[in-house]
Ligand binder design. Structure first.
Ligand code: PHE
Length: 405
């Protein structure tokens, strides 16, 4: 029988019909990988901190939050898909695990921080493959100044831009501030916002250069328009690395609503949020997101504080796949199946793919076939072990109302 309460970070929560956070997630809360100085995530955080020295580094913040802080305060509309049980983890109807570090913007500004950085674990229900994991990490940074004082930033901006000019960098700025999607906020002085945007772009370009620049190579950075409910104008930044464009971060001018909620009148500024795993995977050459959770010395011993060492895979163990075909009820959601598979197989599951999908012409019922790839990061799995895992997956799936074919 399932316990009635969830105990987490010294608190007790009552389960209800919103509860969907599985044990496999609960057991990982509080691990603070980004605080470990010789873990790739910790190394990356320290580098970011070092490259943005004027920013306060906020201390540990619990991932337990409310839809109010995670969504409402930031202006997410009522029907936004991120709010659904399919996309987010709820402890109960009023309590959830943060889906992004922006959930702390109001509190951070409200505490009086004007230049701050924060790293934290965030939680999203998603598919399973080498780059998706239901827990990942983000770093959020922000900078605000008194309204009407943006001109005082000019010397700092010029200095950062000069430093950038000293590197070989190609910045392709395709962003526009246009009324259709990327408007200036109504009460803002355009000249002020233009300066803050220039400061934001210079600051992030220099950070990206410091993180990604390799000797003798020109680094390409691309700025595009984006849309977030809590910034306007908003941008997205990409870097050309390892032969392709990599989406790095989202950012923009903080919406007045956020600062009002935080009770800091007369200020304006910018915020950005970046995914740490995505960056660490390319910088350190880590091929699978599960490795960040490895306790294997063959993984951990390869990294050193302050350095971006290239990961040398210690052998790829054989993978083994199993297919599962079933009739899916109309309310079937792929993320439910993925959580179920993780709850059985943990980090032994490498990816889950839909390989067949058809609607029966007469009955109208939908049949699906999912292929699960099992592979351990640190040992060979036996056939028996994999058969047993798959059996458990099928048994649990039937409990969930899926009908095996
Ligand atoms: N929170 C956004 C995300 O998770 C990123 C972001 C942070 C965008 C701050 C703008 C400002 O995608």
């Amino acid at each position: 029988p399932i316990e009635q309460h969830i105990r987490l970070e010294g608190q007790k929560f009552v389960r209800d019909d919103w509860t969907n956070v599985p044990e496999s997630i609960l057991s990982r809360i509080g691990k603070r990988l980004y605080h470990k100085p010789d873990h790739p995530l910790g190394i990356l955080c320290q580098l970011i901190m070092q490259y943005l020295p004027a920013h306060d580094w906020l201390p540990y913040l619990s991932p337990i939050t409310t839809p109010q802080h995670n969504f409402d305060d930031l202006g997410f509309p009522v029907g936004h898909p991120g709010r659904s049980k399919n996309d987010s983890y709820y402890i109960n109807a009023g309590t959830m695990l943060r889906t992004h570090t922006s959930a702390h913007e109001v509190a951070a500004f409200g505490d009086g921080h004007e230049r701050w950085l924060l790293a934290a674990d965030v939680y999203r229900r998603d598919e399973i493959d080498a780059t998706h994991y239901p827990i990942f990490h983000q770093c959020e940074g922000a900078f605000i100044i008194k309204d009407g004082t943006a001109a005082t930033l000019l010397p700092a901006i010029e200095q950062i831009e000069m430093e950038i000019a000293g590197h070989r960098a190609l910045v392709d700025d395709q962003s526009t501030i246009n009324e259709a999607i990327n408007w200036y906020q109504p009460h803002h002085e355009r000249a002020e916002v233009d300066l803050l945007v220039r400061h934001l772009k210079a600051t992030l370009n220099l950070l990206i250069l410091k993180l990604f620049k390799r000797d003798g190579q020109t680094l390409q950075i691309r700025w595009l328009d984006d849309v977030f409910p809590f910034t306007s104008p908003s941008f997205q930044v990409e870097v050309f690395f390892g032969g392709k464009w990599l989406e790095l971060l989202g950012c923009g001018i903080v919406l007045q609503r956020t600062l009002d909620r935080a009770n800091v009148p007369g200020k304006l500024g910018w915020a950005f949020g970046l995914g740490l795993e995505r960056i660490a995977m390319v910088l350190f050459g880590i091929p699978d997101i599960r490795l960040f959770w490895s306790n294997d010395a063959r993984f951990l011993s390869q990294f050193e504080t302050g350095k971006i060492n290239q990961f040398v895979p210690y052998s790829k163990y054989p993978a083994c796949y199993k297919d599962f075909s079933f009739w899916a009820p109309p309310e079937f959601h792929e993320n439910d199946l993925c959580d179920l598979i993780r709850s059985v197989a943990g980090d032994l599951v490498e990816d889950v793919k839909l390989i067949d999908n058809f609607v029966h012409p007469k009955t109208g019922r939908t049949s699906k076939c999912y292929r699960t790839n099992y592979r351990s990061m640190d040992r060979s799995l036996s056939n028996e072990e994999i058969n047993d895992l798959q059996k458990q997956v099928v048994a649990k799936a039937l409990e969930l109302g899926l009908e095996a074919r």
